[in-house]
Write a protein that binds this ligand. Structure first.
Ligand SMILES: Nc1ncnc2c1ncn2[C@@H]1O[C@H](COP(=O)(O)OP(=O)(O)OP(=O)(O)O)[C@@H](O)[C@H]1O
Length: 340
């Protein structure tokens, strides 16, 4: 058997799109085809996450973050384009599924209320032959300890734990499958700020101890600010900016990103004053033509209304999808040095 070299990325997508609605088989069967709009949840996503990287994926509700996470975890097929996880297709090779585990926002919903914690954590490793019947109790205790839980409580039910502890149970359950890649979908969003910090610290510890790769989905830039190596911003199914975290916060390029940062008070002090994003995100069933962001963009010009901007490198490692970066198209902005 050939083994892939360690440098194979944890995630690699090319021109990845996912539509819901009319193109969906179920809608056709239910004769809803004419009434149901097509939703372009993902539209041409090119993203590579090297093994071991912690990527924060940020965007407003409906921008397609969860859809991307679910495709990476093999829970959803793409409509077009390619996706590879550790060099394998999640659709064609089910062995990928163990390597990627999803941790959701609401552990209450993702844990079976009638299942004791020991069973919730131990069930999958038994099925996959990771631990035998004689080993499983000690194996479960080890996962609980690693997630910061006292194994003495393993015969309790999820409702007997606090919200933060329940999220630790979800994490222990994910770790029990020995994943290499965690997709965390708003995993701290429902927790109090102090508990959020504890769970974020746990993710960092796990990363250090287990060499994990993370796709950390959040609608809140503040959450990813201190933990992500790289920040990727999505808007209506497209990536608009992708940069190493330090560069991202120091030199945000896309007007949408700048608007998001303008809403974070402690960052606002340090930076030139950007205009906060105005208005609502349009429906992904009827995205604006050209640059999807143009109706809300303070710097939009004619070209933005008709032509999709390419996501391209403005400096090595920093990609942005904005026509203002085209010096020929936006001489004024280039002259003021706003394009870093
Ligand atoms: N199974 C589905 N059927 C139909 N539409 C869907 C489905 N899943 C997602 N969508 C739609 O696709 C778009 C993107 O959804 P997605 O959940 O990926 O966005 P998100 O950025 O994660 O938003 P949120 O933070 O609200 O979850 C939304 O308009 C959503 O309604």
């Amino acid at each position: 058997m050939t083994t892939k070299p360690a440098s194979v990325p944890a995630l690699e997508t090319h021109d990845l799109s996912r539509r819901f609605g009319r193109a969906d088989g179920l809608a056709v069967k239910l004769h809803l085809a004419r009434r149901q709009p097509v939703i372009h949840a993902l539209d041409g996503i090119d993203l590579t996450i090297p093994t071991g990287e912690f990527v924060g994926l940020v965007g407003e509700s409906g921008s397609g973050k969860s859809t991307l996470g679910r495709i990476a975890a093999g829970l959803l097929p793409p409509s077009s384009g390619t996706v590879e996880v550790f060099g394998r297709s999640p659709q064609g090779d089910r062995s990928v599924h163990r390597d990627v585990q999803l941790i959701f926002q609401d552990p209450q919903a993702s844990l079976n209320p009638r299942m004791r914690v020991a069973e919730a954590i131990g069930e999958a490793p038994l099925v996959h032959g990771i631990a035998s019947r004689s080993e499983i109790d000690e194996y479960v205790c080890a996962q609980m300890r690693r997630a910061g839980l006292d194994p003495a409580y393993r015969q309790r039910f999820p409702h007997q734990f606090s919200g933060g502890q329940r999220q630790r149970i979800s994490i222990a359950r994910a770790l029990a499958l020995q994943p290499r890649f965690l997709v965390c979908d708003e995993s701290v969003a429902s927790l109090d700020v102090s508990i959020q910090a504890q769970i974020l610290n746990l993710f960092m510890e796990l990363r250090r101890d287990l060499d994990l790769t993370y796709l950390f989905i959040s609608h809140d830039l503040r959450v990813v600010q201190h933990i992500a190596d790289r920040v990727v911003i999505m808007y209506l199914g497209r990536i608009v900016e992708d940069a190493p975290a330090a560069r991202f916060f120091a030199h945000p390029n896309h007007p949408y990103t700048q608007g998001l940062l303008a809403e974070i008070p402690d960052l606002k002090q340090r930076r030139r004053v950007y205009a906060p994003v105005k208005g609502e995100i349009p429906s992904p069933a009827a995205p604006p033509p050209g640059c999807h962001f143009h109706p809300r963009c303070p710097s939009a010009f004619d070209r933005c209304r008709v032509e999709r901007p390419a996501l391209r490198e403005i400096v090595p490692g920093h990609r942005s999808a904005c026509h203002l970066n085209d010096v020929a198209a936006a001489p004024a902005r280039a002259q003021t040095g706003e394009i870093a």
